[in-house]
Design a protein around this ligand. Structure first.
Ligand SMILES: Cc1cc2nc3c(=O)[nH]c(=O)nc-3n(C[C@H](O)[C@H](O)[C@H](O)COP(=O)(O)OP(=O)(O)OC[C@H]3O[C@@H](n4cnc5c(N)ncnc54)[C@H](O)[C@@H]3O)c2cc1C
Length: 466
């Protein structure tokens, strides 16, 4: 890296915000799971959108590629350099620019953590419903760049559905102000949608207009055991038919996933006796005063009578509800503590989930009899984290070597059932090479044409998606 280029970057963002020492750069060059490493030329931490634009412009002039990074909690190696890029960290862009409670919108900068966005909305008496286990660290820019899902998609939609406008720095350094807070705008192509879910390959998001919602006045949370995934789907259908739009979350947790949490996360406790093979976490919310607990209890009683549910525990306080959620949200952490794993983030239509699980289990166990299948996820969205943990006796390298064969079974089946190989985490480096197998030639060509139009020199997050 030339001394002049370095000096130019320092002049834009201030010398303390250009990191060049290996010890300072190292955390930015490794992903959350420790599966990807890459050495950037340097890490630049701009503090405003204008600084981001100037940094990107300087990189374009030098022909240097860029990796955008937010909280670095992505699970696909999307924010990890492949080597030789300038890594632009957005975490200093952390201001809430405006909240409009009549329009029910807020404008936030890309580096705000998701938790900070939720908190700012709460302080204004509103709800920003995107919620996921990494929300204390993940940034809203990263959430939008990956079109994050999380636990309330069932009711409010994923990040794409919660965004009305964007401010983006384009690969040549121009700043596009698309911060419109409109729910209706049919003036040609909806450009913001191209940047959402693009994993930083088309531009760098610096701010967003987000939708706000009324805060629920009542919540009800329950943990219920079911004999099999088909019973869980039946319970979801029953809930939708009786309680409808008040169902905000419906999560499935397989026994091995729950056992990992009970083993590896202190103070965890199984809410139900009997070691059922499957459990679901249900949450309802209502913006009106209503007896949601009674409504949920009634549905669960009917489900028990119909044989869909074995047993159920209703949270009687917020503390109890949080304890139930902790069991679900700590699964990724517990799996990480247990050792390495092969992760999948598939989605199929909800009605086909039981068939997916049964067939994938059978096919995997036929080839890898010792593999530990850790299955959990957002059943209400048809999205499963269908993961495999390393058998205790196997060594890491041998287990990782099985990844292509495991992927083939899982991804081919998801595709066959009308599903996707990436429901909410994106492709990054992890699933990049799988894409052409499952997208048609027409889809691949349209995606490549868009990439060429926005980033003809392939300088924006190279080696990701394509
Ligand atoms: C414990 C745990 C639980 C999780 N649960 C969920 C879940 O339920 N649902 C879910 O969807 N995800 C989940 N994730 C994955 C992760 O939190 C999300 O993908 C999140 O949206 C990433 O945000 P980030 O700021 O950490 O992005 P990063 O990891 O920093 O980046 C992710 C991608 O976005 C790009 N990017 C980041 N910021 C910008 C920007 N401002 N402009 C353009 N591109 C950018 C990066 O280049 C990279 O390609 C989980 C992760 C962990 C560790």
């Amino acid at each position: 890296m030339s001394a002049e280029f370095l000096a130019e970057l320092r002049a834009i963002v201030g010398a303390p915000h250009v990191l060049t020492e290996s010890i300072d750069i190292a955390p930015y060059g490794t992903d959350w799971r420790g599966r990807y490493q890459g050495q950037p030329l340097c890490v630049v931490r701009p503090g405003t959108a204008q600084e981001v634009a100037a940094v990107v412009g300087a990189c374009a002039a030098q022909g240097v590629a860029i990796v955008p990074q937010g909280g670095n909690t992505g699970l696909c190696g999307g924010a990890t350099p492949i080597g030789g890029e300038v890594l632009v960290s957005l975490t200093r862009l952390n201001r809430v620019r405006a909240i409009d409670t009549d329009n029910n919108t807020m404008i936030v900068e890309a580096g705000c953590t998701l938790a900070a966005v939720q908190e700012a909305a709460a302080q204004a008496g509103r709800l920003f419903p995107l919620s996921l286990a990494a929300e204390g660290t993940a940034t809203i820019g990263g959430n939008l760049a990956t079109n994050a899902g999380g636990v309330q998609v069932l009711r409010y939609g994923n990040a794409r559905e919660l965004c009305l406008g964007l401010e983006v720095v384009l690969p040549d350094g121009r700043l596009w102000d698309g911060l419109r807070g409109l729910r209706k705008d049919n003036t040609g192509y909806d450009l913001k949608q191209l940047f959402i879910g693009a994993e930083g390959t088309l531009g760098l998001i610096t701010a967003a207009v987000l939708k706000l919602y009324s805060r629920p006045r009542r919540m009800a949370t329950a943990w219920a055991s079911v004999a099999a995934p088909a019973q869980a789907v039946a319970l979801l259908t029953r809930l939708r038919e009786t309680i409808g739009g008040r169902v905000t979350a419906f999560e499935l947790v397989g026994r091995p996933a729950l056992d990992l949490v009970l083993k590896n996360i202190p103070d965890s406790r199984d809410p139900l006796p009997g070691r059922a093979p499957w459990q679901v976490l249900v949450e309802l919310a209502d913006t009106m005063e209503s007896d949601l607990d009674a409504a949920l209890e009634e549905v669960l009683d009917a489900a028990i009578a119909a044989g869909e549910v074995g047993d159920a525990a209703l949270a009687r306080s917020e503390v109890q509800a949080r304890a139930l959620w902790a069991l679900r949200e700590n699964i990724s952490e517990a799996q990480k503590i247990e050792g390495i794993s092969i992760k999948h983030d598939i989605a199929v239509p909800v009605s086909r989930l039981p068939e997916f699980i049964a067939r994938a289990d059978a096919a995997l166990l036929a080839v890898f009899p010792d593999v530990r299948i850790v299955c959990f996820g957002h059943l209400g969205d048809g999205n499963l984290h269908y993961n495999q943990s390393k058998p205790l006796a196997q060594d890491n390298a041998a287990f990782i070597a099985q990844t292509p064969a495991v992927n083939r079974i899982v991804h081919d089946l998801a595709h066959e059932l009308g599903g996707t190989i990436s429901a909410e985490h994106g492709l990054g480096q992890l699933k990049r090479d799988e894409l052409p197998r499952y997208k048609s030639a027409v889809e691949m060509e349209l995606m490549r044409a868009l990439k060429r139009a926005f980033d003809p020199h392939n300088r924006m997050n190279p080696g990701k998606i394509f």
